[in-house]
Design a protein around this ligand. Structure first.
Ligand code: HEC
Ligand code: HEC
Length: 196
């Protein structure tokens, strides 16, 4: 009984902190976008190391992630704490509109750079795992539901690769790939992809 009470208080406080607008009146689109941009930066071009850029991501990928955040069990606690309250009461139509909006924002200017091992791992793949290019594209530009990696925040990229490695972020192919990575591989890949 007590546990149920505690759980619902926790959920209510999450809802309270994550939602915008007032009870009964759905927030305007611009209000929703402003809420996203308060963390992800103007036009989704995040300047915060642990918060991913959204600008120029494939729309289908953004939509998929917004839907995935509904499932708290397949997320890192960081994603659960920040994103679950944002999306939990949002309709699929609204998610699609928001995904289209950020997909259309101009891309960060980026040159893939960093250690040669990062470039080599990206192009050839980690031992026993497919080349990253097969899914993420030759310039790491992303495609359909494989995210753009070029110009993403360095710390965010590292955290995601570790999360796939530890399976705190659940995704079959990426879990299989990241489990083959040593910490040096993760550093080299993330540095190369974050570029400059
Ligand atoms: C309170 C801050 C906060 C707000 C508000 C917020 N986000 Fe996030 N978002 C985050 C953090 C932090 C992460 C990274 C979580 C992780 O480490 O896995 C994230 C991750 C994401 C991702 C995954 C990106 C990727 O490359 O996989 C998407 C998509 C996203 N947010 C979209 C949105 C949208 C759209 C909104 C507005 C409706 C929004 N966020 C509002 C903090 C926020
Ligand atoms: C078989 C296709 C495939 C291959 C090969 C692949 N990926 Fe992925 N990757 C994906 C998909 C699909 C996602 C999105 C997962 C999700 O929906 O949560 C992803 C997600 C990621 C993310 C999270 C990005 C974000 O914005 O949250 C990183 C980082 C990443 N991949 C890096 C790599 C690297 C580095 C390699 C090569 C060693 C690689 N991937 C190989 C399909 C692939």
């Amino acid at each position: 009984m007590n546990r149920i009470l505690v759980a619902s208080v926790v959920i209510c406080s999450y809802l309270g902190s994550g939602q915008v607008g007032h009870a009964g009146s759905p927030p305007a689109f611009s209000e929703l976008i402003a809420h996203c941009e308060s963390c992800h930066g103007p036009n989704g071009n995040s300047a915060t190391a642990s918060i991913p850029r959204l600008n120029g991501q494939p729309s289908d990928y953004l939509l998929l992630r917004l839907k995935e955040f509904d499932n708290p069990t397949s997320q890192t606690t960081h994603a659960f704490d920040n994103m679950w309250p944002v999306v939990t009461a949002m309709s699929d139509d609204t998610k699609r509109q928001i995904a289209d909006y950020f997909a259309q924002q101009s891309l960060p200017k980026v040159t893939l750079a960093g250690p040669l091992t990062g470039k080599k791992l990206y192009e050839q793949g980690v031992a026993g795992f497919a080349s990253c290019q097969n899914c993420h594209g030759p310039a790491a530009e992303g495609s359909v539901t494989a995210p753009r990696l070029a110009g993403q925040q360095l710390e965010y990229l590292k955290t995601q690769l570790w999360s796939f490695n530890f399976v705190t972020r659940v995704h079959g192919p990426m879990n299989a790939g990241a489990m083959k990575m040593m910490s040096g591989d993760i550093d080299a890949l993330a540095t190369y992809l974050a570029g400059k």
